[in-house]
Design a protein around this ligand. Structure first.
Ligand code: GLU
Length: 423
């Protein structure tokens, strides 16, 4: 499993360890291309930067920042930037690798990259947040660019942060480089539909998967972990389709309502308070979330949430991975053997980067599409990709995750081989 890199020691369930084991599983299906497998097991480039800022109280604080470009064989790097107090180089490496696989799985002309800053943004003032963002952007400015590597939002980052990143890069290069980041505000070259795109993609792939396994969405019981941009939008779309969102868990706690939570009130409430104490729900212990009688589980928070123990307890028939890396390899085996269908992150949450691609294309052509067109194109791309993956899974009798890796890695390694080794 180990790619023998001196700078990271993955464990079986750590993000990079999880990714490596996913790569190992796909090797038997890659034929002669497996010769290039090591390409997938080490990032092309990893940059660690110091991000010093002057805090509002006059002190100097230093934060650790990263930008990892896992693979650039099929196009410029693409992937979000995460602000979280527990971000590590290892985690960003895994997230960047999942972006490589994700972009190839939906056939976007991108490689994979990811960035992060080890910081708790809830403890920063707006001014401190802006300073951290700008200094980080300036530090990684040597490797990003509209044709090099294009950051986007991820956990705890948003359109405002993208606007600061775009402005900083533009100031440093003497340009107005809207194409350097995606997920920007609409009047700064952002795209309609981008904010909801990841949640929408989770819904579209979930709708298709449910149809194929004969699970009726009407009255289906859904539980969502993580109620940010991905989880809350997916929940709303499932509720619109007739499903009942019975449980939601976030960092403030777990809430439950047998009749279905009132999302029209919960979504705005959760934005300012978190889900806990929502009037119209009962409170559960966090661990009870995994024992609920549900049909669909949407993990849309952080990595490593579906452990072996939780996989054994889970009652859902369908797991839709809105988060990146929510299922550890051992749990993946358990879910497969229990007949639980997992639509893996690398296709399930690809809606975000797909509309990021639309945004980047619109910025280059300076011609902007309406929201219907964006949502229709998104739907078409996601359904087409899922169909291809489903056929591959059927043909080889493998999980959707391994099938997604098979489709994606064939594209990545074919590009690698065709380009050849330089010099
Ligand atoms: N952060 C999102 C992801 O994990 C989107 C990345 C992008 O739009 O580049 O897929």
């Amino acid at each position: 499993m180990h790619s023998n890199l001196s700078y990271v020691q993955p464990t079986a369930n750590s993000p990079w360890g999880t990714y490596l084991s996913q790569v190992d599983r796909v090797m038997p299906y890659l034929g002669r291309l497996a010769r290039w497998s090591e390409t997938l097991k080490r990032p092309k480039r990893a940059l660690i930067v110091d991000v010093p800022i002057e805090m509002d109280d006059g002190s100097i604080a230093h934060f650790e920042g990263y930008r990892v470009q896992h693979n650039l064989s099929r196009g410029p790097g693409k992937g979000g930037v995460r602000f979280h107090p527990e971000v590590t180089l290892e985690e960003v490496m895994a997230l960047s690798a999942w972006m490589t696989v994700k972009c190839a799985a939906v056939n976007l002309p991108y490689g994979g990259a990811k960035g992060g800053i080890r910081v708790d943004p809830t403890r920063l003032s707006q001014q401190e947040l802006e300073k951290v963002t700008r200094r980080y952007t300036s530090e990684i400015g040597v490797i990003i660019g509209p044709q090099q590597d294009i950051p986007a939002p991820d956990v705890n980052t948003n359109a405002q942060i993208m606007a600061w990143m775009m402005d900083t890069y533009s100031m440093n290069t003497g340009s107005t480089a809207t194409g350097v980041v995606t997920g920007k505000p609409i009047h700064l070259g952002g795209s309609l539909g981008r904010v909801k795109a990841t949640g929408r993609g989770v819904f579209v792939t979930g709708r298709e998967a449910a149809r194929r396994i004969g699970l009726n969405l009407q009255g289906a019981r859904v539980a969502v972990q993580g109620f940010g941009n991905v989880g809350s939008v997916a929940a709303e779309l499932f509720a619109e389709a007739g499903a009942k969102v019975v449980a939601v868990q976030d960092h403030t706690g777990t809430i439950y309502n047998e009749a279905g939570l009132d999302l029209a009130r919960l979504v705005p409430w959760a934005r300012s308070h978190g889900v806990a104490d929502f009037n119209g729900s009962e409170r559960l212990d966090n661990e009870q979330f995994w024992d609920l009688n549900i049909d669909i589980l949407i993990p849309a928070a952080l990595e490593g949430q579906i452990t072996a123990d939780r996989a054994n307890r889970l009652k859902a028939r369908l797991v839709l991975e809105g988060a990146n890396g929510p299922t550890v390899p051992e749990a993946d085996n358990i879910l497969a053997s229990r007949g639980v269908l997992v639509v893996p992150d690398v296709i399930c949450n690809a809606g975000g980067v797909t509309v990021s691609y639309f945004e980047w294309v619109q910025d280059f052509s300076s011609f902007f599409w309406d929201e219907d067109e964006i949502n229709q194109r998104l739907d078409r791309i996601m359904v087409h990709a899922l169909n291809q993956i489903w056929d591959t899974a059927d043909r080889h009798k493998i999980t959707l995750r391994t099938a997604t890796f098979a489709v994606a890695c064939e594209r990545i390694l074919t590009a690698r081989q065709e380009r050849g080794l330089y010099p």
